[in-house]
Design a protein around this ligand. Structure first.
Ligand code: FAD
Ligand code: SIN
Length: 532
């Protein structure tokens, strides 16, 4: 098997991974260089599709204050957001967002060249920076990918998937096994700092706004390696994904910013309904709007409701939302004239690998940043546009932390790791699984039983069915192809979500149990750690 050594290895090339690679390379002299491994091509990620924007409490917006942003985040987080973490991330946003601008991220500006800020649900003021109107993620990942490509110290490995973490007998992470789908080869990557920036788990659900790669790999790998995983039951369902037909499963997002600019939700009869569910109407926290739409769909027996954006000034609507209006047009909807069919879809993973704002996890040598991590910022329900902020602030803090760390690679590989590597050097016999069919079965189970409204009975059904799928799938470690590895990881994260949801006998934020409607007076994080 091929073997290579790098001072730092970053896995994932969304906002968190790209920015971490760049800042580490800019700040630290790395004797063995930095390797960035990513499953598809550089920049392909959830980040690339982000629309609404990124929160910035920055000096260019003097009316805003850290305390106001913290208050909004804690309110949306339903008692589970960590106040200190929130303050830290919010306070860092001025320095970090201005550094992003210096690294070439083109945030939108008015005709005088001033940055423009928009409003999203549950924010008390306009504080969201955007790029290309509604293509903020593309603006960020394109700029960072270009900077990464130019950086001679960063070695990029595309179409490669981390499939197991190498943990030595002293429980220190020393690298990963990486599988290349194009060559069908495994290789060993050895390092003194391994950073997981592998994103969320949206693909475990039938309907999701997430692209195909969001299969929870980093969380599954870290769990198998013995890391502490936190709050997996908190999955955010975005209220408004484009719902053209029941067959469209990866659903295109209709940004919350469209509601921020004044669009209204209406039912099949064209009536506005949000006032029945919240006095904040369309701009209530995301979990509230999602449940309102879900109820309305049940009342009306319809597969979707509608978002009426045609009440917004036409010129403004088309200028502000070129991506959304373009995609709707491709589907026969002129958003200046017709309401858009929308329904909720799995969108964001609030839980993940328990980590500090500097990415440190419970395993030495292993770091987690971005959506794959759970720092406690988002609590039980993430406030819009706080995710990209967390990605870049944590990447920045991690670079700072590593600049004071010893990044020398010990030359001796211990026996435990040699045994792990051995598994991958033998060829695999056995049948090839139809992973598309298996993934789709798992997604149905999760959507039907572990979705927007949960019950003990549904969760137990899901648990039994996922256990059966796990038993039928004979691959614990080496697999035959990327699809099998992803399915293996999806089973792991699905079982973690179900376990967390069963154990949390209350309703809080995005976790809603119709059999335990109360919110407990004491807010607590849930933790899962593999035994043995
Ligand atoms: P990702 O951007 O998901 O990147 C993960 C990377 O890891 C990818 O490159 C992937 O290929 C790679 N990877 C995964 N597993 C492996 C593996 N095993 N081996 C190698 N590579 C691997 N948030 C906001 O704050 N504002 C918004 O406006 C916004 N809009 C959104 C719109 C959409 C449609 C979606 C889906 C999300 C949106 N979010 C938004 C959420 C936000 O985009 C994500 O939470 C954030 O981008 C996550 O960034 P990340 O770098 O942590 O992970
Ligand atoms: C959106 O644009 O609605 C998504 C924003 C987010 O997920 O933070």
């Amino acid at each position: 098997m091929k073997y290579s050594e790098y001072s730092v290895v970053v896995i994932g090339s969304g906002a968190a991974g790209l920015y971490a690679a760049l800042k580490i390379s800019q700040q630290i002299k790395l004797p063995e260089g930095l390797l960035l491994i990513t499953k598809a091509e550089l920049g392909e990620s959830n980040s690339r599709y982000a629309q609404g924007g990124i929160v910035g409490v920055i000096h260019q917006n003097p009316d805003d204050k850290v305390s106001l942003h913290v208050e909004d985040t804690l309110k949306a987080g339903a008692g589970l957001s960590e106040e200190k973490t929130t303050e830290y991330i919010s306070a860092a946003s001025d320095e970090v967002l201005n550094d992003l601008i210096n690294n070439g991220v083109p945030f939108d500006r008015d005709t005088q060249g001033n940055l423009t800020f928009t409003l999203e649900a549950a924010h008390s003021m306009k504080r969201i920076l955007h790029s290309g109107g509604d293509a903020t993620g593309k603006g960020i990942t394109d700029a960072l990918s270009a900077a990464v490509r130019k950086d001679e110290n960063i070695h990029v490995m595309e179409n490669s998937m981390a499939v197991e973490l190498l943990i030595n007998s002293e429980k220190v992470c020393k690298g990963a096994i990486v599988y290349n789908e194009l060559t069908n080869e495994h290789e060993v990557v050895y390092t003194s700092a391994l950073i997981l920036a592998t994103g969320g788990v949206g693909q475990v659900y039938k309907y999701t706004t997430n692209p195909d790669g969001a299969t929870g790999d980093g969380i599954a790998l870290a769990y198998e390696a013995g890391a502490t995983i936190q709050d997996m039951e908190f999955i955010q369902f975005h209220p408004t994904a484009l719902a053209i037909s029941p067959d469209s499963k990866n659903r295109f997002l209709i940004s919350e910013a469209v509601r921020g600019e004044g669009a209204k939700l209406i039912n099949k009869n064209g009536e506005e309904f949000m006032s029945r569910y919240s006095d904040k109407r369309e701009l209530a926290p995301r979990d509230v709007v999602t449940r309102a739409i879900y109820s309305q769909m049940n009342i009306d027996h319809t597969p979707n409701v509608f978002l009426n954006a045609s009440i917004i000034d036409q010129t403004k609507l088309l200028k502000r939302f070129p991506t959304i209006s373009g995609r709707c047009k491709e589907n026969g909807i002129d958003i200046t004239q017709k309401p858009i069919p929308v329904a909720p879809a799995a969108h964001y993973t609030m839980g993940g690998i328990k980590a500090g704002v500097d990415g440190k996890t419970s395993i030495k040598g292993l770091y987690a940043i971005g959506e794959t991590a759970s720092t406690g910022l988002h609590g039980a329900n993430r406030l819009a546009s706080n995710s990209l902020l967390e990605c870049v602030v944590c990447a920045y803090e991690l670079a700072d932390y590593l600049s004071f760390s010893n990044l020398e690679i010990p030359k001796k590989i211990d026996e435990g790791i040699k045994k792990m590597i051995d598994v991958y050097s033998h060829s695999l016999s056995g049948k090839e699984y139809d992973y598309n069919e298996l993934k789709s079965r798992l997604k149905d189970i999760m959507w039907n039983n572990v979705g927007i409204i949960r019950t003990e009975e549904g969760l137990k059904t899901a648990q039994k069915e996922v256990e059966k799928l796990q038993k039928d799938f004979k691959r614990r470690r080496k697999c035959l192809n990327q699809g099998e590895y992803e399915y293996r990881n999806m089973l792991t994260v699905a079982s973690l979500i179900i376990k967390g949801a069963l154990e949390r006998k209350e309703s809080r934020g995005a976790h809603c149990r119709s059999d335990y409607k109360q919110t407990d007076s004491l807010a607590r994080h849930s933790e899962l750690c593999r035994v043995g």
